[in-house]
Design a protein around this ligand. Sequence first.
Ligand code: ADP
Length: 638
Amino acid sequence: MAKKTDKMSWREAWRLNVRAIRLLNSKNRMMFPYSVIHAISDAVGPYVGIYISARLITELTTLRRWNVLLGWALAAVISTAAFFILGSLMYHFYAAKSATFWQSLTRIEDEKFMSMDYCDVEDQKVRDLSDQIAQNRNWGGWGLDSISWRFENMVNSLFGIIGAVALTIGLFLAKVPDSAGNFTILNHPLFVLLIAALMGFVVWVSPVIGGKTENIRAGFAEKARLGNRIFGHFGYLNSDEHSQVDIRMYHQERISEYYAMKEGAWFTGGVFDRLYWGKMGFLSVLRSLLNSVLRAGIYVFVCLKAWAGAFGIGQVTQYIGALSRFSDSIRNFLDSLFGLRTNAKFLKDTFELLDIPNSMYQGSLTTEKRSDRNYDVEFKHVSFKYPNTDRWVLKDVSVKFKIGTKLAVVGENGSGKSTFIKLLCRLYDPQEGEILLNGVDIRKYNYDDYIGVFSVVFQDFRLISQRLGENVAGCDEYDREKAAKCLEDAGFGERLRELPDGLDTWLYKGFDEDGILVSGGEEQKIAIARALYKNAPFIILDEPTAALDPIAEADIYQKFDEIVGDRTAVYISHRLSSCRFCQEILVFADGRIVQNGSHDRLVETDGLYKKLWYAQAQYYAEEEKNRQMEAERAAAGM
Ligand code: ADP
């Protein structure tokens, strides 16, 4: 990330802005054309008003011909109405377009994250960059979001300048009559030069000061980011429902206050408070002062020329009106120009994110669509370490999945079981060895196609705050009977029948206050139902029963054969009792497959499996006892 105080060339700024406009235009066509027309009509309209008013005043203070007055009055009404209608129409179209603008902005980042290599999604540097972009937007309106209004301001002020020049040329051309004596000195070209020099000076200095203040502000981007982060985290921690119990128990609210006050940039006496009182405040005052001096100088010049008889009162109103708009327009124009350059530094962050290359998901082969689910998967000498780490998490793993069988992957926590599945799903690619599907390296397949072969319930799965049925089907139009059957198979049937809105019940309260809250075990059942609904040839459950009570767990085991049918199932667990029903068991230790075989064979063989089995046996005995007691209680109707 470049420092925001680094100088950027105009050329580079231009390139980035053009790229941003092109990008936004491709997402939201016609927004820029409408905004340009709106900006022009907004800029030119007032000059028409100034011009006609000046003509009316001139006529009123000179010949007072009623037909001429009527003509100008009519022109005033018609032109005002025409500009008003044009402006409103353009604004209407523009507003309609900009209503969807925010959505298209979010979509740009969403699409990038969806297509990015998964290892980059997880990369802290990428997360930081994405945070930085959000912070840029939140604290100063920097980045892509502000392009449209910055651009509109520039067009508006440019036409403001053109209009003002057109209406004030007469000021310099009109001559003071010879009868005005000493005042004829005002005809001297030196005055024109003097006014032009004064204007040039203020016009140049004012945005330079403006640019400096923007630069100072931009230079605090890091501090603002930290301040926002602290505020975003600690500012809401005490009201977070998930943290409340612990915070109350250990009085952790004091920590929040401490950090918020100590590091927060936005508090009284904080960085920004001091900044606005100090250099930035001074520069703003200086800038206003210079503008006032320019205005006063011009007013004096106009009044003196009028006093000397160069033009009448009507012209005075025209020149003063146009000139005050001129100085505003030129200041705004240069401000927008400098603003676009400063903003380009923030655009760089956005493009740095959008330009992260996608190197993983480039395969183009389609997977065979087989009704017999005959998909052959094989790991061949696969070794893997996570990006930016040095430790091999999987070492020389070779295994062939037997089609239609149930395979268990067991091992202690941290032995590499989940990583093994992540590689299978191509969330990462191995550094050594290869994974084959029907004999072809999985990197060669089109990713969407390939991932269609697997249904996985990850250990840290997430359900979304949406309707239950939609959660199961992953879309809003779905086969309701099938969704209900999957929920039934996953053990959620009874609860489903109790819900008055059935599949249409909202999960959680994030979207609907009548939504239901479900327990960890119930969430797991819904996640399993979602995996079943996908109906992929492979079903993979990573610690699927961790949150289930013993009865629900037993229920899933009993029905597991029926649930998975002819699919190839992979069952990951550190609880060995969960895996007895699988035909084949792989035992992982420190990233290697150290044993494999059936439960009966492994439990007889000296090795890790047997050791773990007997270490956990005591726990299973208790679990079995509890299960029996629960079953007896259920049978007795208690
Ligand atoms: P298991 O599923 O057997 O509990 P994992 O496959 O989750 O084990 O983890 C294996 C090792 O890889 C652990 O040491 C873990 O800390 C490490 N690990 C897991 N995820 C990441 C990650 N995203 N980045 C770096 N290391 C990771």
